[in-house]
Design a protein around this ligand. Structure first.
Ligand code: NAI
Length: 328
């Protein structure tokens, strides 16, 4: 299919070209983010390929449909940025990559937790500057602590296993119980039951109307003092203003985020030479017990290979059979 790849980076080009054996699909790579102002760039293409922060709302879908675009290929699992209902109405197929490397994200969530707990982000800078003071770097043993995993799907279940190996007590929050986790001794509870018991909470559920601001002033007020909160799910699972208040009051002992509510204006590009206007994000960077990364949990070689292969297979299936197993 003649496809324009929005929000394209050097690594997207490298992996998609490598997977596009025999140049089966004609790919054009554009660094521009897809939104209302750039949708017209899809003129003359059969498909658009988009990532997590491309905006594919109803207006964009309408523009794409008017231009004759037949497919939206997400090179990611989450699809909260796409108006699926509107795409269906306009006859545009939406396909995604349901799983690329759940291990990449689960391992990264564990990395964030370990680093945050032991203040590796602070220690790294101190040692580089010849400061070997330990005050302010103290963590706690994770063994025996209670870790709550919100969402025990592909990623959350791997994260739960990792933390189980460390010797943590694992609580899980999910309407669908995973019997393999239960066999390990994982206990399913409600989110509210988990809050006062948890030393760590890690979010692995999708962003939906139900989960938006799951972590808010009310749920934070029920948490155990000093809890470490890890979010590699989606930024809006957390009410960032409420979380900042909880960091200031000490309810939260630490926060590690790979995703951020307003990340579409910041992440995946270099703003180091600019004044960043987002005061909420900049406030987060001032806390010693906050560790921020820019949506890199998925970013492994294996995941990029899988994303490229499945994305192009989805397009091939739509072209040859008119449908794809990964269609939404
Ligand atoms: P999955 O679909 O396998 O699992 C999600 C689980 O969340 C399901 O078991 C579902 O029942 C559960 N869930 C839904 N609503 C819930 C609620 N209200 N409370 C508790 N659990 C709930 O998805 P997967 O592959 O494990 O991915 C999880 C999320 O991770 C994705 O939706 C995406 O937002 C995020 N993600 C982040 C990446 C990153 O680079 N930071 C990369 C890939 C995914």
């Amino acid at each position: 299919m003649k496809t324009v790849v929005f929000s394209s980076k050097s690594y997207d080009e490298e992996f998609l070209n490598a997977a596009n054996g025999g140049a089966a699909h004609k790919l054009r790579f554009l660094p521009a983010r897809l939104d209302e102002t750039t949708a017209s760039l899809a003129k003359g293409y059969d498909a658009v390929c988009v990532f997590v922060n491309d905006l594919v709302n109803g207006t964009v879908v309408d523009t794409l449909a008017d231009l004759g675009v037949k497919a939206i290929a997400l090179r990611c699992a989450g699809y909260n940025n796409v108006d699926i209902a509107r795409a269906r109405e306009r006859g545009i197929a939406v396909v995604r990559v349901p799983a690329y490397s759940p291990h990449a994200v689960a391992e990264f969530a564990a990395t964030l937790l370990f680093s945050l707990n032991r203040r590796i982000h602070k220690a790294y800078n101190r040692v580089r500057e010849g400061n070997f003071e330990l005050a302010g770097l103290m963590g706690f043993d994770l063994v025996g602590k209670t870790v709550t995993v919100v969402g025990t799907g592909k990623i959350g279940s791997i994260f739960a296993r990792i933390m189980h190996c460390i010797g943590c007590r694992i609580l899980a929050v999910d309407a669908y119980r995973n019997p393999e986790l239960e066999a390990l001794g994982v206990t399913y509870v409600t989110f509210h039951e988990a809050l006062p018991q948890s030393d760590v909470i890690s979010l692995h559920c999708p962003l939906t109307a139900e989960t938006r601001h799951l972590v808010n002033a009310e749920s934070l007020s029920l948490m155990k003092h000093g809890l470490l909160l890890i979010n590699t799910g989606r930024g809006a699972l957390i009410d960032t203003a409420a979380v900042i208040a909880a960091l200031k009051s000490g309810i939260l002992g630490g926060l590690a985020l790979d995703v951020y509510e307003e990340e579409d204006k910041l992440f995946f590009s270099d703003h180091s030479h600019e004044i960043i206007p987002d005061d909420v994000f900049m406030r987060l960077t001032t806390f010693p017990n906050v560790l921020l990364t820019g949506h890199q949990a998925f970013f492994t070689k294996e995941a990029l290979e899988q994303i490229a292969t499945v994305t192009l297979q989805n397009l091939s299936d739509l072209e040859s059979e008119g449908r794809s197993a990964n269609q939404l």
